[in-house]
Structures are given as structure tokens and as C-alpha cells.
Design a protein around this ligand. Structure first.
Ligand SMILES: Cc1cc2nc3c(=O)[nH]c(=O)nc-3n(C[C@H](O)[C@H](O)[C@H](O)COP(=O)(O)O)c2cc1C
Length: 124
């Protein structure tokens, strides 16, 4: 399975990753982590539509990103909902597998698990 890399400040993204039952996900703490090969990046949004700095740093020197999953807040940030995922999709020309509100619903997590399984068939 394609590696999952994630950033989580208050725990939502971490919970999403845990619900997917991924054992060896890599958590971005400093942005300086390195990873060989392909990965799907999971991120929250911050600062009115911004991508977290550590996520930008990670992406800048790890070229294997294949897709993105976002977690945002519709209640508090409807106008910039999941913009970090949108930013990454545009900048790296990768698909958005899901834009979740908080930890998402159990149906969304189920669908996401299927999309991730399909991701293994995406090009290199
Ligand atoms: C300062 C701040 C700014 C935020 N800005 C956005 C935003 O622009 N768009 C959005 O969808 N969510 C925004 N959020 C909400 C978080 O992205 C959302 O709560 C997410 O689930 C947090 O993930 P985490 O718990 O893994 O850190 C913001 C949250 C904070 C604290």
C-alpha cells in the first residue's frame, strides 16, 4: 500500500489515519523528514486557507506525492474549506481523495479506504 504521510496539530488528521488502520504512517513534525517512494499526504488547513509550513517543507524535498487528503472545518472556515488540500492538488497536480470536515463520517472513511487501495494502481 502507498505510504501515508500526515500532519496533525489538534488530532483530527491523526484520528482519520488511525481509523484507516494504517500501521506505518509517517507523521510530519518538523518538515525535514525524508521518504523514498510514493506517498499520499494528509493535512489540515490553517491560517485562512494556508497549507501548514511543515507540510510545504516536507513536499518541497520529497517528490513522491501521489494524492492528497484534507481535513478542515466547514463550521469555522467555510470560505477556505480544505484549501490546503486544494493548494497541494494544484501545485503538484495530484488528485484530492477526500475533503473531510473534522474527522469525517464513517461512510467517508470507508470510501477513502477504497480510494487509497485504488491509489496503488496510479502511475509511478
Ligand atoms: C488557526 C486555524 C486556522 C484554520 N484555518 C482553516 C481553513 O482555512 N480552512 C479549513 O478548512 N479549516 C481550517 N482550520 C480547521 C482545521 O484545518 C481543522 O480543524 C482540522 O480538522 C484540524 O486537523 P488536526 O486536528 O489534525 O490538526 C483552521 C484551524 C485553526 C486552528
Amino acid at each position: 500500500m502507498t505510504k501515508i504521510v500526515y500532519a496533525s496539530r489538534s488530532g483530527h488528521v491523526e484520528k482519520i489515519v488511525n481509523q484507516l488502520g494504517v500501521a506505518d504512517a509517517l507523521k510530519i513534525e518538523t518538515g525535514e523528514e525524508t521518504l523514498d517512494g510514493d506517498y499520499v499526504i494528509f493535512t489540515y488547513s490553517t491560517g485562512r486557507g494556508k497549507t501548514p509550513k511543515v507540510v510545504e517543507q516536507f513536499l518541497a524535498h520529497n517528490p513522491g506525492v501521489k494524492a492528497v487528503v484534507g481535513s478542515g472545518s466547514m463550521a469555522k472556515h467555510a470560505e477556505t474549506f480544505n484549501f490546503a488540500a486544494e493548494n497541494i492538488a494544484k501545485a503538484y497536480k495530484v488528485p484530492i481523495l477526500a475533503k473531510l470536515d473534522g474527522v469525517g463520517t464513517s461512510q467517508e472513511i470507508e470510501d477513502l479506504a477504497k480510494s487509497l487501495a485504488n491509489c496503488n494502481h496510479l502511475g509511478n
